[in-house]
Design a binder for this molecule. Structure first.
Ligand code: ADP
Ligand code: MG
Length: 730
């Protein structure tokens, strides 16, 4: 659909020549941003031309070709961020937003938070002067609540659309509506894989499908209405989405499989990496695992091997001598900043980086220098069962599309190798593509947001792919139970509108609102803030036992919520010292963010008239019962009762057994009883309180659903809170 394919042409945009946003002054000719060596640089003119002329431009390109870091810089240079406009680029992952913003600020030689900034929930670095803003798709959705047409942006780039996160899918549906109202807005959708066809069809709002006919029709209509034909032509962009495919420079990657299935993929991944290392050929190794704990285990094991093997100057007596020394590094979302930059720094001479990463290295972040990929072929995913209403995280088989992405990471510098830790015949059985998150999530938060944006008929919203009807119905039921929706499925004035204003999970938001009557807003602000920021505990690999001991110092019999209060109090008494946090295996940056979240939530409560402005928030002092009651009020859908303890007949006498819980919530559908237990990260995992509410559930390999963020509650509270939901306990 483009006019030019100027692969080899030198860039020669002079003042006034380039495509620009509407009615903007000439560009500053001296600006040269970005890294011209990246593949996307060759498509710069084409992309700018398409963006100027089309409402929607879809960019498909290999990971690492420069879409995320370069395209916003092209737009800035072309004048799209003048006259007070900003350029937004959304990311499904928090880490990606802040990391990429830092990288772009560095490329432009500006400090982060001024011209280039990022915004993620409860943390941002932006100012009045910010022209390029990297933000999570969730934050952009929040911004729509205050400004439904997103008027501060001239271009919105929805990045990593292939991930099909819940928020991305929702955003695409909403942006389609916004585009109808804002002919000046441009949308760029970038995707690592070919979802392009579906996206193009979704956004194609041209009546005939043919640009020329569309324009002629518009001109005729305008002429009939007595308007100037020219005016229509330039204010109305082509409504047919344009597609650009950026050819990356990738090298072939040879894929290897196991002969026998691996019993434990973490150990198998470590030994595969060690074997590769011992071949003594140059190139970094990237290992894909599913979560932070696995990454830490792998790094600890690799460190042991590294000590044993030596290298980078010769092994000791009796050891083989390797020319390279192995440097194991972790990469996961909760990683403290300094450790994260270490991963991106090139390995020093004589050193081989071996990075153990979660899924964030699949497409969001690119590491240079990787020649070998070791892929466990699993991924941690959300799963939702609308029959039980249980949403959980579980380790699921990877899709073949994701596996191909992961393998591609090995071909950045030269021909590479990918080692999949499964047999070839088993790989062939894996699902072809990942099921979009919308199809496997609890939709309560989404429905609440759509309702508050004035979309009353959520069932008829235009979706890229509609969510399952049962999940929708379930969400409506839950919102009704929380008294967020009235009998006509409209947001209630007291709870519904208030809850929509809070950037919290509906259950935590409802707990915070309930704390007003219970006189413990001060405490609940802290609890929900700490429960909303991820990775508060940051035990390093190899120090898990010490970390458990540190955590025990704060443990409260009431459960994890009150434990969080103790943590926060001690953090405040330490003068918010990072050293103190480090000593207690707490993540100082998460604690700072929790403080930020607290302030923001307090501000929102006041701004929306939910709390008086000039008095401190009510506190319950040392009595923790109101805190537990408030949590119960928000989380009553997630209540479980103790059923008994299962002992393993083969285990030692001292084995505490497994405390089994059952979901309390009345379910209309009879399903197989669910096995719930308290996750061992909870302070309550050894004690067995008769009744609990939980924050989230994770499904273990063994099939157990493990509750996290657990609070002990009294069953009578639940009956009082939601008589319509519960049978009176026997
Ligand atoms: P895409 O979005 O197409 O996947 P990116 O724009 O993210 O590509 O990355 C382009 C290049 O910039 C990659 O080669 C990557 O290695 C490099 N890069 C991105 N972020 C960083 C960073 N924080 N540090 C060093 N290099 C980076
Ligand atoms: Mg990218």
């Amino acid at each position: 659909a483009s006019d030019s394919d100027d692969d080899d042409e030198a860039e020669d945009w002079g003042p006034g020549q380039g495509p620009r946003g509407p009615d903007l002054p000439p560009m500053n000719p001296t600006y040269r941003y970005g890294d011209p060596s990246l593949p996307v640089g060759r498509y710069r003119r084409q992309i700018l031309w398409l963006v100027e002329n089309h409402a929607v431009t879809i960019i498909v390109g290999e990971t690492g070709s420069g879409k995320t870091t370069q395209v916003p810089q092209f737009l800035l240079e072309a004048g799209w961020a003048e006259s007070g406009y900003a350029i937004a680029c959304t990311q499904p992952r928090r880490v990606a937003a802040s990391t990429v913003a830092a990288r772009v600020a560095e490329e432009m030689g500006v400090s982060l938070g001024v011209e280039v900034g990022y915004a993620v929930r409860f943390d941002n670095a932006i100012s009045e002067r910010t022209r390029i803003k990297y933000l999570t798709d969730g934050v952009l959705l929040r911004e729509m609540m205050d400004d439904p047409l997103l008027t501060q942006y001239s271009v919105i780039m929805v990045d990593e659309a292939h991930e099909r996160s819940l928020a991305t899918d929702m955003l695409l549906g909403l942006l389609k509506k916004v585009l109808k109202r804002r002919p000046d807005l441009r949308l760029i959708i970038s995707s690592a894989t070919l979802e392009a066809g579906k996206l193009r069809d979704f956004f194609d709002t041209s009546t005939s499908g043919s640009t020329a006919r569309r324009r002629a029709a518009l001109a005729a209509a305008a002429a009939a209405a007595g308007a100037g034909v020219g005016g229509v032509a330039c204010s109305e962009p082509d409504r047919t989405p344009a597609v650009v495919t950026v050819e990356g420079r990738t090298h072939p990657v040879q894929v290897h499989y196991l002969q026998q299935p691996a019993a434990d993929y973490v150990t198998a991944a470590v030994s595969a990496a060690v074997d590769i290392h011992c071949e003594d050929l140059p190139g970094d190794i990237l290992i894909f695992l599913t979560g932070q704990d696995e990454v830490q285990t792998a790094v600890a094991q690799l460190e042991e091997h590294s000590r044993r093997l030596g290298g980078g100057g010769g092994g000791g007596p009796g050891r083989p001598s390797y020319s390279l020394r192995m440097m194991p590094l972790p990469l996961y979302a909760g990683l403290p900043g300094a450790a994260q930059s270490a991963v991106f720094r090139p390995a020093p001479r004589g050193v081989r980086k071996v990075v153990a990463a979660t899924n964030i290295a699949e497409t969001s972040l690119t590491l240079e220098g990787v020649v070998y990929v070791v892929d466990c072929c699993f991924v941690k995913q959300r799963a939702y069962n609308p029959l039980t209403g249980l949403e959980s995280l579980l380790v699921a088989p990877l899709s073949q599309a994701s596996a191909a992405q992961r393998a591609g990471r090995a071909g950045r510098v030269r021909a590479g190798h990918c080692f999949r830790l499964c047999r070839e015949q088993d790989f062939a059985q894996l699902p072809k593509v990942t099921v979009p998150e919308m199809q496997r999530s609890n939709l309560v938060g989404m429905v609440l947001q759509l309702k508050s944006l004035g979309i009353d008929n959520v069932m008829r919203f235009e979706w890229l792919a509609p969510p399952p009807a049962e999940a929708m119905v379930r969400a409506l039921e839950e919102l009704h139970a929380l008294r967020v929706l009235d009998d006509d499925a409209r947001l209630t004035k007291d709870v519904g509108l208030a809850l929509a204003a809070l950037p919290l999970d509906p259950s935590l938001g409802a707990a915070l609102l309930a704390s007003r009557q219970l006189g413990c807003v001060e405490e609940l602000l802290t609890v929900v803030a700490l429960m909303s920021v991820p990775h508060v505990w940051a035990p390093a690999a190899g120090s898990l036992r010490a970390a458990d001991e540190a955590k025990a110092k704060f443990a409260a019999v009431e459960g994890d919520g009150v434990t969080m209060l103790n943590v926060h109090q001690a953090w405040r008494s330490s003068g918010r010292s990072s050293a103190w946090a480090g000593r207690h295996f707490l993540n100082a940056s998460s604690l700072y963010r929790a403080d930020e979240a607290r302030d923001q939530l307090l501000g929102l409560l006041r701004r929306h008239g939910l709390l008086p402005a000039n008095t401190p928030p009510p506190s319950c002092g040392t009595d923790m019962e109101p805190v537990c009651r408030a949590l119960a009020a928000g989380q009553f859908m997630a209540a479980a009762v103790y059923e008994g303890t299962q002992y393993n007949p083969l285990a030692a006498e001292s084995d505490p057994g497994v405390h089994v819980y059952r979901l309390v919530r009345y379910t209309a559908h009879k399903t197989a009883p669910l096995k719930l237990r308290i996750h061992n990260s909870s302070v309550l995992w050894r004690s067995a309180p008769p009744c609990v509410v939980y924050r989230s559930v994770q499904q273990a390999d063994s099939g157990w659903y493990e509750m996290q963020g657990v609070t002990a509650v009294r069953p009578e509270w639940l009956v009082e809170l939601a008589p319509h939901m519960f049978h009176r306990p026997k």
